[in-house]
Design a protein. Structure first.
Ligand code: PLP
Length: 397
């Protein structure tokens, strides 16, 4: 199998080093420094009852295994599972439960997660409560006897609300349930939910982990021996396992995670501060502001603030003008890549969420979300300045 030598114990190495070297220092067969793309759907058995550890690609593939080990190490977990997308990981998580189970979910979350749970799993008899999990009183009040899991995004998408991971773990563990944390917005570089008591860390690897807006991937990471077999079985049975080439792209992206996250964070802060000084902007949502309502909590459970910034414009008519006039910053869904992207959650990431729930979460027609890439911050701000300068020029402002 691949590793001739596995990385020294994760505990002794910093995340920056682990991200570069991954699960194994090099490939065992040839010494390849970059673990190869094992583009094979099936693997020969030496004989009856004998195996190299690999048989069919839906179950295991060596490139994917290397990536899964890398993710496990980055999140400080024992096990990692890689899926074809973040939604594949969410879907696998939900399959741990059964009809009649109640799950408590962050109300402010990725719209695709809402759609999957509400359009499909609700139909199969699961029940969900959508709660502002950043509010401890609401969180406690929403717990029921049949609550089997809490699923949170923190910081949340797109309102940047911060939920107390330790408190959620305490509440759900009292009931013998599971806490899953979607850690996409911060990446393992800035936050490790397992160390704070979560049972599962979930990622859309499409975003900061792969980091180059060129592939989709998704992950579950955990240390629960009792969950590993069921999750492996779900992954193998359902068939949303990550392919070898996408596994390799994600591995390659992860090598520079530490460097990229530092720049994303720097650019995010510059843009948040610039936006805050604009007359056309009503409010900026950014976890790095000391007056963010959960700044203390976010500083206690995370090590940084990534490049995500949302903001309300004062005037909804400015939205199309800005989207048409940014040029470096691309008007596109997604986040966490080297290219800066701006999105309009109302019609993009959050279109699947019904209006009352959307508005209650804060996603109105004046909300924009920006993912700061790793370009030069002055260039990004000049681009925003030019786009903002077009507002009010006969555009209904
Ligand atoms: C994008 C995203 C997802 C879904 O991941 P895909 O890779 O697009 O399937 C889930 N959660 C969050 C927070 C996301 O940003």
């Amino acid at each position: 199998m691949i590793p001739a030598k596995t990385c020294p114990s994760a505990g002794s190495l910093s995340l920056d080093t682990l991200a570069v070297h991954g699960g194994s220092l090099f490939e065992g067969l040839t010494g390849a420094v970059s673990v190869p793309i094992y583009q094979s759907s099936t693997f020969r058995h030496p004989g009856l009852g004998e195996s190299t550890g690999f048989d069919y690609g839906r179950g295991l593939n060596p490139t994917r295994t290397e990536l899964e080990r890398t993710l496990a190490r980055l999140e400080g977990g024992r096990y990692g599972l890689a899926f074809a997308s973040g939604m594949g990981a969410v879907s696998a998580f939900i399959k741990l439960f059964k009809p009649g189970d109640h799950l408590l979910i962050s109300e402010d979350l990725y719209g695709g997660t809402y759609r999957l749970l509400n359009d499909f799993y609700r139909r199969y008899g699961f029940s969900f409560s959508w709660v502002d999990t950043s509010d401890a009183a609401k969180l406690r009040a929403a717990m029921r006897d049949e609550t089997r899991a809490i699923f949170i995004e923190t910081p949340s998408n797109p309102m940047m609300k911060v939920t107390d991971i330790r408190l959620c773990a305490e509440l759900i563990h009292k009931k013998g349930g599971i806490l899953a944390v979607d850690n996409t917005f911060l990446s393992p570089y800035f936050q490790n939910p397992l160390a704070l008591g979560a049972d599962l860390a979930l990622h859309s690897g499409t975003k900061y982990l792969a980091g180059h807006n060129d592939t989709l991937s998704g992950f579950l990471v955990h240390s629960r021996d009792d969950l590993e077999e069921p999750l492996r079985n779900i992954q193998k049975s359902e068939g949303a396992s990550l392919g070898p080439f996408d596994s390799w792209l994600t591995l390659r992206g992860i090598k520079t995670l530490a460097l990229r996250m530092e720049r994303h964070a720097l650019n995010g802060r510059r843009i948040a501060e610039w936006l805050r000084g604009q007359d056309r902007v009503e409010k900026v949502f950014y976890t790095g502001f000391t007056d963010h309502p959960q700044f203390a909590l976010s500083s206690a459970q995370a090590r940084g603030h990534s490049g995500m910034v949302s903001f309300y414009l004062k005037n909804g008519a400015d939205v199309p003008v800005i989207l048409r006039n940014v040029s470096l910053i691309l008007f596109a869904e997604s986040l966490g890549g080297v290219e800066s992207l701006i999105t309009y959650p109302l019609v993009q990431t959050h279109a699947a969420i019904p209006e009352p729930m959307r508005l209650s979460a804060g996603v109105n027609d004046r909300l924009m979300r920006l993912s700061a890439g790793i370009e030069d911050a002055d260039d990004l701000i000049a681009d925003l300045e030019a786009a903002f300068a077009c507002c009010g020029r006969g555009s209904g402002s």
